[in-house]
Write a protein that binds this ligand. Sequence first.
Ligand SMILES: [Mg+2]
Length: 163
Amino acid sequence: MSLLVPDFYMRSVTQITPDFLKKQQIFALLLDVDNTLAVDKATAPPPEIIDWIEQMKRAGVQMRIVSNAKHRRIAGFAGMVQLPFSGLSCKPLPFQMLRAVRALQVDGAHVALVGDQIFTDILGGRLCGVRTILVEPMMEEPGRFFKMKRRLERRIKCKLKEY
Ligand SMILES: [Mg+2]
């Protein structure tokens, strides 16, 4: 069960501040894209996310995009905010994420993964030993599979305290 419980639970990435990260000794972030930085399947980040990324960069927070989506779309997205990225990362499998942590050159104890899905992002982050920040999905996805997944997530989320 604890593999499915995030260290922190927030409404949106924009609630992550340099002060919060400093207090938690988090120096680098692995960022999910779909429904974390933008609505599902978006090709560009919204303005408030661009501002947030700029704020993080100014504060010296290292960031890397780690998405399960296709390389091409994520490359375009990452290029717009000038962040390094890994596409098709097969979360929750830890292999690509471990590679991403190594690329950050920050000890894993000081890295946090930020994502909207418990069974993909939080589990993946846990499996590679980084800290995890769960955010609310930006929109509701269509389809029965997602509805079922979100229903299971709600059972875990109802026990979490929002930061
Ligand atoms: Mg996502």
